[in-house]
Ligand binder design. Structure first.
Ligand code: FMN
Length: 207
């Protein structure tokens, strides 16, 4: 079995936001799709370790900014590499506004916003799969939606190529966010502390 087959699945990228107890928060997700059209339904999966997960689970209300190819790496840093448990992610964020349901969505680097209400959910182990109905949606621009592979090829900064040296240090670099785990082998159950992606998303590099 080759787990790299998962990399052949195509994904969009999104900023999922929520609001609870006076706090706005959001995280980057690559797992949102339309799953029905009569009525319109979308599904998205969120890691249970994410604050956004708990906020959506508790309130059932969310806003999904569909990211476009104009999105900058700083958006991923702001919403994907740090937790709302530690910072206010919207503080200093230059490009957001309040939607019809009172939640924040991005106004630049996003081509549409979908607001919704969770109608069902399933425990998937590491993630919860939320099924939602749409309460409002708007198109923000005609820029193409960003794909996960476009992010990898054009938005995520390329790591500095370090020449391999005999007896050099082995690190495992997260192909999603660039976080480096030091060690000859990476534990099979390792989860990236920054972006929560699994060991299979890490590439071995000898520096
Ligand atoms: C490119 C990219 C894709 C990501 N995809 C997902 C995803 O599909 N599901 C998820 O739960 N987290 C995903 N993350 C990780 C969360 O955005 C990240 O853990 C975030 O810091 C959680 O913030 P929170 O604790 O404030 O909710 C992704 C991060 C990046 C950079």
């Amino acid at each position: 079995m080759n787990s790299k087959a998962m990399f052949k699945l195509s994904y969009g990228l999104f900023m999922l936001s929520a609001f609870k107890d006076g706090k706005h928060n959001g995280c980057i997700t690559n797992t949102a799709i339309q799953v029905a059209n009569t009525p319109d339904r979308i599904a998205f999966a969120v890691n249970k370790g994410n604050l956004t997960h708990d906020m959506v689970k508790d309130t059932g209300i969310f806003s999904l900014s569909i990211l476009s190819e104009k999105v900058t790496f700083s958006t991923f840093q702001r919403f994907g590499f740090q937790s709302g448990r530690d910072v206010d992610k919207f503080e200093g964020c230059p490009n957001y506004t309040k939607g019809k349901n009172g939640l924040y969505h991005l106004t630049e680097g996003a081509n549409a916003v979908i607001e919704g209400k969770v109608v069902d959910q399933m425990d998937l182990g590491s993630h919860t799969l939320f099924i939602a109905e749409i309460t409002d949606m708007e198109v923000l621009s005609e820029d193409p939606s960003v794909t996960y592979s476009y992010y990898q090829d054009n938005i995520k900064p390329k790591p500095q190529a370090a020449p391999a040296q005999a007896g050099g240090k082995t690190v495992w670099r997260c192909s999603v966010c660039g976080y480096e785990y030091e060690g000859e082998e990476i534990p099979a159950d390792y989860i990236c502390p920054l972006c929560k992606h699994p060991a299979s998303d890490f590439d071995k590099i000898v520096k």
